[in-house]
Ligand binder design. Structure first.
Ligand code: ZN
Length: 230
């Protein structure tokens, strides 16, 4: 029997998912698939589907589920996915999760392991709202990694700093709420539906430590159908 590792990477905004995805790809030697990249790639091919995607996005419309599902199915059937893969940003709905289930069955691939990157809300809020800008000279500060010397004022010209709407604490709360509303049903699908494994990792640590925790969880007997390549 062939060994596969099928990972679905989940985590709230600010959890460091964007760092973990390429780490997992490189160290596990599996492709990392994001639906956003998949749509971009199709559009660059200038295929009929690609042209439709361009029109939809130009008009500010969402690409229909059916189209995303179809592209994903074609992508997962490619040879580089045979030993496993990682999907980032999908499934977002129970409907997509159940479609993915059908694709995996159809391609005779393993049940997925959903890796959820846990970070306390308070930490996410401070990460998501750490950015402050200087309106007059354009300098950008980050309270966590590059704070101004004097609280609330620009180092260069002493002007008061301000936050873009996207960066405020209120917006951060909204983004986390929206994430949970979308993700909880999908987590439930895998946890309660018996259609995959769910592991929670502590993502409030260094990227390497997070990676080691994911790897260790995948290697435990609980997930015996999932075996890593050495
Ligand atoms: Zn300034």
């Amino acid at each position: 029997m062939e060994v596969h590792v099928v990972l679905l990477l989940f985590g709230p905004p600010g959890c460091g998912k964007g760092t973990q995805s390429p780490l997992l790809r490189d160290r596990l030697g599996i492709p990392a698939i994001s639906t956003g990249d998949m749509l971009r790639r199709e559009s660059e091919k200038h295929s009929d589907t690609g042209k439709t995607i361009d029109c939809l996005l130009a008009a500010g419309c969402l690409v229909p589920n059916e189209m995303v599902n179809h592209l994903l199915e074609a992508r997962l059937a490619e040879p580089d996915c045979r030993d496993g893969f990682l999907i980032d940003g999908y499934p977002r709905t129970v409907e997509q999760a159940s479609h993915l289930h059908q694709i995996l069955e159809g391609l005779d691939l393993a049940a997925p392991t959903l890796v959820h990157m846990d970070v306390p809300d308070s930490v996410l809020i401070s990460r998501l709202s750490a950015r402050w800008n200087c309106r007059s000279c354009g300098a950008i500060y980050n309270l966590l990694s590059k704070p101004p010397l004097r609280d609330g004022f620009c180092d260069i010209d002493n002007e008061p700093l301000w936050q873009r709407n996207d960066d405020t604490v209120e917006t951060a709360h909204c983004r986390l709420d929206a994430y949970k509303a979308v993700t909880d049903p999908v987590l439930g699908f895998y946890k309660l539906g018996g259609t995959g494994n769910v592991i929670h990792v502590n993502a409030h640590q260094s990227p390497d430590a997070v990676f080691e925790e994911i790897k260790a969880a995948l290697e435990t007997e609980v997930f015996s159908p999932v075996r890593l390549r050495t």
